[in-house]
Write a new protein. Sequence first.
Length: 256
Amino acid sequence: MGLSIAGIIVVLFFVFAIILPSTIRIIREYERGVVLRFGRFSQVKQPGVRFLFPFVDVMYKVDLRIVTMDVPKQEMMTRDNVPVTVDAVVYFRVVSAEDALLKIENFARATGLIAQTTLRGTVGQASLDELLSERDKINNHLQSVIDEQTEPWGIKVTNVEIRDVVLPEGMKRSMARQAESERERRAKVINAEGEFQASEKLAQAAEIISKNPAAIQLRYLQTLTEIASENSSTTIFPLPIDLLSAFIDAYKRKES
């Protein structure tokens, strides 16, 4: 009798050891449990300790956290026939665990493939200047197109970023020369504008000084002070033409 009780206890122990793990399941906070009963969808279980009917219910856990996916480098042609190599990164998450499990076999792989094809199509419709200068606009377009295609699967694409645009070496050298020419042009324009403004100021100063003889004398004395302050053994004294006007007039009368 004692052996039979012990045998029953051993059998019950093995039964519970087999059944219990398939009955009690723990769902983490960032997960949802999709339950299939006899192969048909039953319910989506929330986080916590959940009980299932053994041999009847099967539960699949779906992660709801944001997934970061690298889009491999794609070699393609822009709208203006420039060969470029572009890669990107896609951020997405599951918003419907039921749809992500039942409507698509592998939602992560499918999202990655759609991101690749969408990237190729978008870059092919953009010019090189748009690809380099309007990155935010292209990113928003990619996010909108990919999200629209993955929405039926319960996937929400939160962001798409073009990470790198690689140009051919010849194109890089050409752009560098163009940028250098543009910098030289701007420098010449700025220099010409500075000279023009300086000439305007000099003309205004000459007009003001010509109307005030005392200003001419003050400017003359200031010039002498500046010359004297320099470490030079030679000092040049400018002679105003007005002082010689009487001699010039007398010479002209004598010649006539």
